[in-house]
Design a protein around this ligand. Sequence first.
Ligand SMILES: CCC(=O)SCCNC(=O)CCNC(=O)[C@H](O)C(C)(C)COP(=O)(O)OP(=O)(O)OC[C@H]1O[C@@H](n2cnc3c(N)ncnc32)[C@H](O)[C@@H]1OP(=O)(O)O
Length: 300
Amino acid sequence: MVIFIWKNLLQTTKERILQQRRMSVYSQAHGYEEELIKKKLQQFAGGSINLTKEDNGIGILTLNNPKSMNAFTGTMMLELQEKVTELENWKDGKGLIIYGAGNTFCSGSDLNVVKAMSKFQDGMNMCMFMQNTLTRLMRLPLISVALVQGKAIGGGAELTTACDFRLMTPGSEIRFVHKLMGLVPGWGGGARLVRIVGSRAALQLLSGATRVDTERALHLGLSEETLSSSDEAGALEEARAWLSQYTEGPVSVIRAAKEVVAGGRELPLEAALRTEKDIFGTLWGGPANLQALARSLKHK
Ligand SMILES: CCC(=O)SCCNC(=O)CCNC(=O)[C@H](O)C(C)(C)COP(=O)(O)OP(=O)(O)OC[C@H]1O[C@@H](n2cnc3c(N)ncnc32)[C@H](O)[C@@H]1OP(=O)(O)O
């Protein structure tokens, strides 16, 4: 009977964790009209977002619109949402690398879309659409890395902040150019940047529209490492090797580690502690835990 109650409790906990992870920031209650914005975005076609899921549990998400420096067209925004949903349902996933085709990361929103969506309500709906998608991306139980080659500009810079880590190739740069367009970030990149580099550095980067090269990014803690390869294949291989240090091991444990950190990053302390307890409960006495105990490991 006790075991039955515990199993039910564990199942409910797992469902609650899953629901929290998929929760969007905006709904109709905030005046957000998802179907309307999706219809509008559909009108601006071009490029694609491609996803491959490797056997090692690492997903590779490619921003593919190289003729416009991988700017996000409307259909790419819609495809990003679809790929995030696919990744939420990928039970074997442990890590994710996001990179841009053609040796550059992303030049933000396609300026043709920006111009055509200049009405207030369109802009707000697009902002909420992208914040919802990037928040769900950030909450994925996968350790994520933005591989920055070339330029990450505007919304491209914002996208990098939705990843757990950033790796940069020689000569690459991250730049929040919003000020120069009479804007501030709207894809959640401002709020996330504060959590990554602190409020003073974030304010400097936004109000100065500062070019952040590899050296400055390392200094600010915006980038983890400057890779040695500049070419796409070499950089991707290096990023894969870097990420593998952290994705090595049982799927359940790696995903749980990411979920504990995601809770700690986003929630007030008591809620984060309760989330940690719930996630701990999904592992305690589980296969990975029992196998480790049976091996009587010493951590010398
Ligand atoms: C969320 C808010 C936002 O993201 S608002 C958008 C912010 N982004 C921008 O303003 C980027 C504007 N573009 C630039 O500053 C430059 O093109 C950057 C990215 C620095 C690249 O410069 P450079 O290496 O000299 O290449 P280029 O200018 O010749 O560009 C190559 C082709 O790509 C295009 N492109 C570039 N960015 C965009 C964009 N965001 N939307 C639409 N098209 C874009 C350029 O127009 C150029 O096209 P073409 O070869 O002239 O036909």
